[in-house]
Ligand binder design. Sequence first.
Ligand code: SF4
Length: 272
Amino acid sequence: MHCHLCPHNCVISPGREGVCRARKNIDGVLYSMNYGKLTSLALDPIEKKPLYRFYPGSLILSAGTFGCNLKCSFCQNWTISHGTPSTVDISPSALVEKAVELKDEGNIGIAYTYNEPSIWFEFVLDTAAMAKERGLKNVLVTNGYIGKEPLTQLLPYVDAMNIDLKAFSDGFYRDVCKGSLEAVKQTVETAAKKCHVEVTTLVIPGFNDSMEEIEELSRWLASVSQEIPLHLTRFFPNYKMKDILPTPVDTLRKARDIAKKNLRYVYLGNVW
Ligand code: SF4
């Protein structure tokens, strides 16, 4: 079986899974193994996604499943992205009903988040279509590593996206994440034409923290739109990068000053 959902374009033999572990060839049929499988559900502030310029002060019902199509050594959610977490079954209509019930508490919709939502594609598409009909917002918090065709299919239902731009070097994407920068840039460009987009970069000491790279990244983002908010977030040791120290706050402040020359909104994250 050939899966075209993301740029890995996996060829999957019978009984095997794709790189993301969410899609499997069972007797010659490609199955979405995480359809309706929930690992996490919480009513979060929208700023936690992070989205700072999309219904600020509101809450959003946030749902996640398991699996990921990138292999970032610094993964902050590795237990659900790369582990084997327990799951609870939920249908698209049940998730939408839950979101509607929470409207009175300030909920504006559903965020597909925590692990990578693009590899939850069929479930997100079915749920987002129903949610939109019920007047709810749909938000994707994504690594942006998705094929152009599935992205185009999803975008009519998506109101906002936070897209990780993990670095501005293809070497980083290839070596640290097992992906490619170009595919993510294309997602940012395509999505920015259709919905509200904010971008997040986790600044990791010694990997993507040179001021030249921040300058290049912010200049490119400004070429898409100067209005796209950029979140520069602080790295803390995690997963396979436990030996790297947290990002000095001073580095983040310098990076913000540089990015602010190109972009209107630059925020620091994980800094108290
Ligand atoms: S979605 Fe999963 S199975 Fe499909 S191409 Fe990407 S990594 Fe491979």
